[in-house]
Design a protein around this ligand. Structure first.
Ligand code: ADP
Length: 363
């Protein structure tokens, strides 16, 4: 029995979310065989989905049929994410597999709160993640992640580069590291765009599965700079259920669509308030996110309640997903992260990857 025999069997079995076989996806991570026992580690979009045990049993039985002499077969799953663009190495940040803009139509909907918790949730699922805080109007990531240091400086291939700050296992850069307090007004436009470019072109990101961008609200220069500098995997739009928020969120969707960046999903924040007695109050209206998704034909990745613990943990510099992983809200974020990974993997096999920025070959 050889590695290729096992790969051959796995080339007939589809990864359940993407609908392509494990072998051609490159999801066969490890095969070990000691003459009697075989163990195989496979990557998959959601390692503990409802049908995981059945699928493992099917793979085990297919291998057993082909090699009856095997005493023990052990199949395990591990969350895996596909590279957005096989030409990634031609772009800035060649080690970054996927870049995601976290956007909102208007401010105050909880975009930054969702961005940090979503980043932490992706890390909890075993991915290598980074976050760039590009929200010039309120760079809040340093506060929410309790960061009091500045990025370091290093030499890389004969030039000076920035070294992202690391906190809770996440690599981070923030426009807040460069701005003085109350600088937001002068930072609009070219200064902010050039800072963002520096974060992408002159920072040591190394290898990451996903790099998220906490975008300023609305549709402006920063959004354009981003879509022109990297081949974005896609955008995630955060909204509250309120019509005033979803109307603006749709404008965000349209803007990304115009520059050929697909929206990978919508996250509805502040969906409801659940009191201690279990009574649910739809403070900002009910179902606005779902309705918006139906209108634009995009998936709703999840709904997050309004909850003082989410705010308190943000203010305390330790996002709820990290500080209180057992809370229901943290599990909601984990589910959203799983849905996002599925959406990314589907997108990365759709054959519709971004063409990449036209200006990328300059310099
Ligand atoms: P944005 O980035 O959209 O401007 P923030 O993430 O800064 O929004 O959130 C605005 C305020 O709302 C912050 O004080 C934050 O702690 C709070 N907040 C965000 N989401 C929630 C939530 N689900 N429950 C409770 N408070 C929240």
């Amino acid at each position: 029995m050889t590695e290729n025999d096992i790969k051959g069997i796995l080339s007939l079995i589809n990864e359940p979310f993407i609908g392509k076989d494990f072998t051609s996806l490159g999801f066969v991570k490890q095969i070990s065989y000691n003459g009697k026992n075989l163990s195989v580690i496979l990557e998959i979009s959601d390692e503990d989905f409802a049908g995981a045990d059945d699928l493992k049993a099917r793979i085990t039985s297919d291998i057993q049929k082909a090699f009856p002499e095997l005493k023990e077969i052990n199949i395990s799953f591990k969350t895996g994410i596909l590279n957005h663009d096989s030409r990634q190495k031609e772009f800035v940040m060649p080690g970054v597999k996927n870049t995601i803009a976290v956007a909102s139509g208007k401010g105050g909907v909880g975009k930054s709160t969702v961005a940090v918790n979503l980043t932490m949730a992706l890390a909890k699922l075993g991915l290598k993640v980074g976050l760039i805080d590009a929200d010039i109007y309120g760079p809040s990531i340093p506060l929410m992640m309790d960061i009091h240091t500045s990025p370091g400086i290093a030499e890389d291939k004969g030039r000076k580069v920035l070294v992202p700050v690391e906190q809770y296992g996440i690599k981070l850069m923030s426009i807040g590291f460069l701005m003085k307090k109350d600088d937001a007004v002068v930072w609009r436009g070219p200064m902010a765009s050039s800072a963002l470019k520096q974060f992408m072109e002159d920072s040591l990101w190394g290898n990451l599965d996903v790099l998220l961008f906490d975008m300023p609200p609305g549709t402006g220069d920063i959004q354009l700079t981003l879509s022109q500098t990297v081949p974005l995997t896609g955008a995630v739009i955060v909204t509250t259920p309120q019509e005033i928020a979803t109307a603006d969120a749709k404008k965000g969707y349209t803007m990304f669509d115009k520059v050929n960046v697909p929206t990978l999903g919508v996250i509805e924040n502040m969906s409801y308030y659940k009191s201690e007695t279990g009574k649910i109050d739809y403070i900002f209206g009910q179902g606005g996110g779902k309705k918006m998704c139906e209108e634009i034909g995009v998936e709703l990745l999840g709904e997050i309640p309004i909850n003082s613990k989410i705010r308190e943990q943000g203010d305390a510099g330790n996002p709820i997903v990290n500080s209180n992983p057992e809370e229901e809200e943290s599990k909601t974020f984990l589910n959203i992260a799983k849905n996002l990974i599925i959406s990314i993997n589907k997108r990365n096999t759709s054959g519709k990857q971004s063409k990449g920025p036209e200006i990328i070959m300059e310099g």
